[in-house]
Design a protein around this ligand. Structure first.
Ligand SMILES: [Zn+2]
Length: 102
């Protein structure tokens, strides 16, 4: 899926210790797994990202977040209204905020 054998990972049996290596798809030289280019022929070893988010994906994720926040707002609003007084008060009484008096 999108990798197309540009680099070949060593089979588990061939691993020397836990050192991970990749083989250059061009010349077959062993390279460190984090190497960006082959040390012998400087062939590009970096893989293209398997998936890049599209604007549709962003739109979908933002819509889901918006729906969840809206649902949470109404759920919390309903939950607070069911509390016993004075906890169900949705607006602060003026004596609680004397500094706001005009
Ligand atoms: Zn190479």
């Amino acid at each position: 899926m999108g990798v197309e054998g540009r680099t070949e990972q060593k089979k588990p049996g061939e691993m020397d210790g836990d050192k991970q290596v990749v083989f250059c798809a061009d010349c077959g030289t062993e390279n460190k797994i984090k190497a960006k280019r082959c040390k012998k022929c400087s062939y590009d070893l970096s893989l293209p990202p398997l998936w890049i988010p599209t604007w549709k994906w962003h739109l979908k994720v933002l819509a889901v977040i918006y729906v969840i926040l809206t649902a949470a707002y109404f759920a919390i609003d309903v939950a607070f209204k069911q509390l016993a007084p004075p906890l169900n008060i949705r607006q602060l009484p003026p004596e609680v905020t004397p500094w706001l008096k005009k």
